[in-house]
Design a protein around this ligand. Sequence first.
Ligand code: GDP
Ligand code: MG
Length: 442
Amino acid sequence: GLADRLQETFKKLRGHGKLTEADVNEAMREVRMALLEADVNFKVVKEFVAKVKERAIGQDVLETLTPAQVVIKIVNEELTALMGGTQSRIMIASKPPTVIMLVGLQGAGKTTSAGKLGLAMKKQGKRPLLVAADIYRPAAIKQLQVLGEQLNIPVFAMPEGTDVVTITEKAMEQANSHINDIVIIDTAGRLHINEELMQELKSIKQHVKPHEILLVVDAMTGQDAVNVAESFNADLGLDGVILTKLDGDARGGAALSVKAVTGCPIKFVGMGEKLEALEPFYPDRMASRILGMGDMLSLIEKAQSTFDADETKKMEKKFRKDEFTLDDFLAQMQQVRKLGSLDQILGMIPGMGNIKKKLGDVDLDLNGKEIKHIEAIIYSMTPKERRDVNIINGSRRKRIAVGSGTKVQEVNKLIKQFSEAKKMMKKMQGMTKGKGKQGLGG
Ligand code: GDP
Ligand code: MG
């Protein structure tokens, strides 16, 4: 991820008091490249980089953060702002029904998103009605009907050949008489934007006056998605965007540019073909994802409030001198557990994915029960053994297993975990600055 690249860039710059222009320029080269690689609009990248530069140069590097973290924090905040800052919701009409019209090119995911949105609304206690207004392909009507049946949501459809205005008008009548408080209109797409399509959508808009016109676009199409959004917005006026197939696009370039280029916020993202796979769009989470750093900043904050600063300093020293023992391991683990599950924590640490891969079969998924076993095993060791795992030979392992009521394999696994953790933490030391200044680059 971008965060890893920034960490790399700043490796040699630890301990600076202020960020210099040269530091920042170096980092911005990485940011610019990463964004262009992610298929973000060139103009957006240019403006973005300028903005971050302006904020970053001359920034104090705080006691608790490395220069890389300072820049990452600014990049993160600006990325979030670029995507609209806060979550944009669907406006629920004060007088029901709320009418949501889905528009977009063929294959973008309109019909699927109609079903997903219906399900999400239903889960909120609403009574949605799905409207089949894609009149050109009988299969399209059938597709929505199948979804409706699956979800137990009513679908309004009329015989082939009925014009869209009649369909939507009748649908509104049914919604009113059946007390449906949400009406979701699934419209026809085309392979490309054309006048005929726009006219049809405009006529629906004029007649039913939807509260929300949402453009459904495929994230995988990258910059094309942004161009499509620009055209639809110019011709039809959009209230928001549903960005689909984000599960297939790790780069997320479209997500970054859409709001900046069109001014339309992304309201939902499609994260898979399953009908549950629709999520509200959170700019801050997307920014973290693009940075590839999970939720590192909140982890840093959390860790700082949870860990005793002196204790952490002591541990750091032990790592450096290679005096870290199983007793420390246990104490650390008990402290770390206060932060959440280990899996969660690992997800928040940048670069952890790679380290996890390297560990291969070492199981890092610690749950409460496993901690209890680890405790039992460590308590069954002699103080000497806890200080130096190298002396724990086969017969000692057997004795420890019996004493702790576990199996030899578990003892083996723990010792392996401990050794790996030691290696891993040494590595991580190079990434997180921690507290004491003498620990930097040392
Ligand atoms: P429409 O022509 O705009 O109505 O598009 P459809 O709803 O028929 O979807 C086209 C294809 O995209 C279908 O195969 C869907 O299953 C798939 N699809 C839709 N949304 C998503 C998504 O968020 N993720 C993935 N992986 N596939 C999706
Ligand atoms: Mg469709």
